[in-house]
Design a protein around this ligand. Structure first.
Ligand code: IMP
Ligand code: MG
Length: 177
C-alpha cells in the first residue's frame, strides 16, 4: 500500500496539531450553543472523529452520504444516498468534509440543507484545493490548503483504498492513469 504513495503531503503530527487548533476555534465560536456536526461520508469519518474530540461544547452529530465523484474526476452530479436522521430546523449545522475540490458537492448540500431552515450552516473541511473551484462556496474552517494533486489517506480514498493511511499522501500518478 505505502509503495503507491509518491510522497507524504501532511504528516500525522501536522494533522493532529491543526485539528486541535480548529477544534479550539470551533469551541470558542460556538460557546453557549449546541451545534450539530453533519459529516459527509465516507471521507470525513476519521477527521470528524478526531475533530469532535477537540470540541468542548455540547454537540450532536449525524451523517449524509452523497456520490458525486468517480475515480479522480468529479462528474458534477450530486446524488443523496443517505439523508439525515435528525431534524436540523433552528439548529446550528456544521458540515464536515474531507476535501473541498470543485465545490459542487458542498454547494449542493448547503443549499439542500438550507431548505430545512437551520439557524446557521458552517463548513469545516480538512483540505481545500482552491485551484479547482467551480462552485461559489467557501469553508468557514479549513485545516490545510493544498495544491492540485490527488491525495489519499486519513479517510480519503482512491477507489475505496488507502483510507487507513494515518497521514495524507500524494498518490502516484501511475496508480490512476
Ligand atoms: P467536489 O464536489 O469537487 O468539491 O468534490 C469533493 C469530493 O471529491 C470530496 O469529498 C472527495 O470525496 C473527492 N475528492 C476530491 N479531491 C480528492 C482527492 O484529492 N483525493 C480523494 N478524494 C477527492
Ligand atoms: Mg467526500
Amino acid at each position: 500500500m505505502e509503495n503507491d504513495i509518491e510522497r507524504v503531503l501532511i504528516s500525522e503530527e501536522e494533522i493532529r496539531r491543526k485539528v486541535e487548533e480548529v477544534g479550539r476555534q470551533i469551541s470558542e465560536d460556538f460557546e453557549g450553543r449546541e451545534p450539530i456536526f453533519v459529516g459527509v461520508l465516507k471521507g470525513c469519518f476519521i477527521f470528524m472523529a478526531d475533530l469532535i474530540r477537540e470540541v468542548k461544547v455540547n454537540c450532536s452529530l449525524d451523517f449524509m452520504a452523497v456520490s458525486s465523484y468517480d475515480g479522480t474526476n468529479s462528474t458534477g452530479a450530486v446524488k443523496i444516498n443517505k439523508d439525515l436522521n435528525s431534524d436540523i430546523c433552528g439548529k446550528d449545522v456544521i458540515l464536515v468534509e474531507d476535501i473541498l475540490d470543485s465545490g459542487v458537492t458542498l454547494n449542493y448540500l448547503k443549499n439542500y440543507l438550507l431548505n430545512r431552515e437551520p439557524a446557521s450552516i458552517s463548513i469545516v473541511t480538512l483540505m481545500d484545493k482552491p485551484a479547482r473551484r467551480k462552485a461559489d462556496v467557501f469553508a468557514d474552517y479549513s485545516c490545510f490548503e493544498i495544491p492540485d494533486e490527488f491525495v489519499v489517506g486519513y479517510g480519503l480514498d482512491y477507489n475505496q483504498r488507502y483510507r487507513n493511511l494515518p497521514y495524507i499522501g500524494v498518490l502516484k500518478k501511475e496508480i490512476y492513469s
